[in-house]
Design a protein around this ligand. Structure first.
Ligand SMILES: CC(C)(COP(=O)(O)OP(=O)(O)OC[C@H]1O[C@@H](n2cnc3c(N)ncnc32)[C@H](O)[C@@H]1OP(=O)(O)O)[C@@H](O)C(=O)NCCC(=O)NCCS
Length: 228
């Protein structure tokens, strides 16, 4: 990957798919589903994310989707939705956040709607994005940060075998204003072959872009298959 002068010109996949998940940028048309997902999930998101209370009605959700899409287009944040391939249902969101394009380092964040928890969707979404980060975006570092008390969140990198690098003390304020620690998990190109084997990734291939879809910036749509 060359380093263009303008991040907006960096090629990133317009879609990443596995057999059961579709990861793609949000669009304004997703607003209704996003709002519905947030409405059902207020209680379970409240301890960990500060922004959901700001999304109360359809216009808030439209604005959120438009902002996420704009940041994705500018490559200042690759936030994307997690959708079911079976029925198109919006399951939650994730992303290669806070990209450092010079270093090529990313932080993966995630949340699921309450009714989508416990099915392995986020672990799979992390795998898909990590594959694309190392195999397509030439990442040097993919990081996951979480509060040590957020057991569901920390179990994601632990389950996937992403190394724990550090425990930062007093590193963030939770949504209630409590001072909390942060765990830092990260994978580098040195770790990636081991992770790819452990995850049983069998193939990564480019599918032709869908006619009339979002701007795909040249790299098309990626499909990842696992031996499971
Ligand atoms: C963090 C969060 C996304 C984790 O959700 P999750 O459903 O536990 O994570 P996954 O989607 O990876 O699913 C893993 C669970 O599904 C189960 N599972 C079921 N089918 C599975 C499959 N086919 N593959 C993998 N796991 C599967 C796993 O056993 C695991 O359950 P367990 O933790 O009880 O053992 C969710 O709790 C959440 O949205 N929290 C609020 C927001 C938040 O904290 N975000 C992170 C901020 S740092």
């Amino acid at each position: 990957m060359t380093d263009p002068r303008h991040p907006s010109l960096i090629c990133v996949p317009g879609e990443i798919r596995s057999a059961r998940l579709l990861l793609r940028p949000l669009q304004e048309a997703d607003a209704e589903q996003v709002l519905e997902a947030l409405q059902e999930s207020r209680e379970h998101l409240a301890p960990w994310l500060s922004w959901p209370p700001k999304v109360q009605d359809l216009d808030d959700a439209r604005d959120l989707c438009i902002r996420w899409a704009a940041k994705w287009s500018l490559r200042t944040d690759l936030g994307i939705g997690i959708f079911s391939t079976a029925d198109g249902r919006f399951l939650g969101a994730t992303g290669l956040h806070d990209p450092n394009w010079d270093l090529r380092a990313f932080e993966i964040g995630y949340w699921l709607r309450t009714s989508a928890v416990g099915a392995g969707y986020v672990s799979e979404a992390v795998q898909l994005q990590t594959v694309v980060a190392f195999e397509v975006l030439d990442a040097r570092r993919v990081e996951i940060r979480c509060d040590p008390h957020n057991l569901h969140s920390r179990r994601v990198p632990e389950r996937l075998g992403i190394p724990l690098e550090g425990h930062l003390r007093n590193a963030w304020l939770d949504p209630l204003g409590n001072v909390r620690d942060t765990l830092v998990f990260a994978a580098t190109p040195q770790d990636y072959p081991r992770l790819r084997d452990a995850w049983q990734v069998t193939s990564v291939w480019v599918r032709p872009p869908v006619e009339g879809g979002l701007r795909t910036a040249g790299l098309g749509h990626f499909q990842v298959a696992f031996a499971r």
